[in-house]
Design a binder for this molecule. Structure first.
Ligand SMILES: *Cc1c(COP(=O)(O)O)cnc(C)c1O
Length: 340
């Protein structure tokens, strides 16, 4: 039995999802003729209370298209320093949008309204024009922590009061929403654009949807084309997304429960220095200096358990659709018997 906790991107389609994919109605999406993609875009937009949506191959593409769409060259984007759009997208903001970033030192990947207010540039020829705020919910490098509804509202109000746009990188937004018990259409309207990943906790093989108003999404179609993301009969993939939105949201709570169970197992060992609070499906823990993260990763691998060392003698584990209670039992066994 292989236990892969490197990421929630490692899931494979279930037989039920594959069946739906095989039976999908498809067409040429560059011509706007793929019924499954059209349905996925409509359904996701409706779910979040947004006017329109566009299906893209990756969450990096939906984020980068959103930023490109909201900015002009020489603008500036306010973003927390560990957030994906800055930290994990290969400098895409500089490359695609010719914009600079104002990095915020946040709390586990989250920012406050005052961070926005204190980092807006004066409007004169010396400064890039502050145009956009990006937030990430849940925050990946923050160990899957999230913003509450009132916190999202406050950030949205502050951005809009200052004539800024605000984009939500919602790669794991459903992990947040099931925890805070808030409907997607309560948060969608707070943001000018929202990126939702289907290939993380929702268990699809591919895909993200970018949401916004009609004008925003129609120019996003042009950017998707120039980014090389216009796909043809991709409805086979979009069908997985439709299936996931219908079936795989509420079950995310199980992933969160199993992540908490792993944290309890870890805390009983003698080699953990600290563990970030486990708020959703991500665990980040640090080993005592006498124990090395890289060595633990190797020892786990010898027992068919896969996870990543992420620097600072820390390890990340992520629970997901393909991590079962049976695997949790085996993992408990492996962790308890680790021999240094
Ligand atoms: C995974 C992820 C993305 C998108 O990643 P892709 O691999 O390009 O789909 C965006 N933001 C966050 C926070 C992520 O974790």
């Amino acid at each position: 039995m292989i236990i892969d906790l490197r990421s929630d991107t490692v899931t494979k389609p279930t037989p039920e999802m594959l069946q739906v994919m095989m039976n999908a109605k498809v067409g040429d999406d560059v011509f706007g003729e793929d019924p499954s993609i059209n349905e996925l875009e409509r359904m996701t937009a409706e779910l979040f209370g947004k006017e329109a949506g566009i299906y893209c191959p990756t969450g990096t593409m939906t984020n980068q298209i959103a930023i490109k769409n909201h900015t002009q060259p020489m603008d500036e984007v306010i973003v927390e320093k560990s957030n994906h759009v800055y930290y994990y997208e290969s400098g895409g903001i500089a490359y695609h949008s010719l914009s600079s970033v104002r990095l915020i030192n946040g709390d586990r990947g989250r920012i406050k309204p005052s961070d926005i207010e204190e980092n807006i540039n004066p409007d004169n020829i010396h400064h890039p024009k502050t145009k956009l705020v990006v937030i990430e919910n849940t925050a990946n490098r923050g160990g899957g922590c999230y913003y509450l509804l009132n916190e999202m509202k406050a950030l949205s109000d502050t951005a809009h009061k200052n004539n800024l746009k605000i984009h939500l990188d919602g790669a794991r937004i459903f992990n947040c929403l099931v925890e805070i018990n808030v409907a997607p259409n309560e948060i969608g309207p707070l943001f000018d654009s929202v990126s939702v990943c289907l290939s993380k906790g929702l268990g699809c093989p591919v895909g993200s949807v970018l949401l916004g108003n009609k004008d925003f999404i129609s120019s996003a179609r042009k950017y998707r084309k120039v980014f090389g993301g216009g796909m043809r009969q991709a409805g086979f993939l979009a069908a997985a997304g439709i299936y996931a939105l219908k079936n795989n949201i509420q079950r995310l709570k199980e992933d969160h429960k199993r992540a908490k169970s792993i944290s309890e197992i870890l805390l009983k060992t003698g080699w953990i220095e600290s563990l970030m609070p486990v708020d959703t499906n991500i665990l980040i823990f640090k080993l005592k200096p006498a124990y090395k993260a890289e060595i633990l990763v190797e020892k786990l691998k010898d027992n068919s358990v896969f996870c990543f060392a992420i620097g600072g003698n820390s390890i990340r584990m992520v629970t997901h659709l393909d991590f079962s209670d049976e695997m949790l039992n085996k993992l408990s066994d492996v962790i308890t018997k680790i021999n240094w």
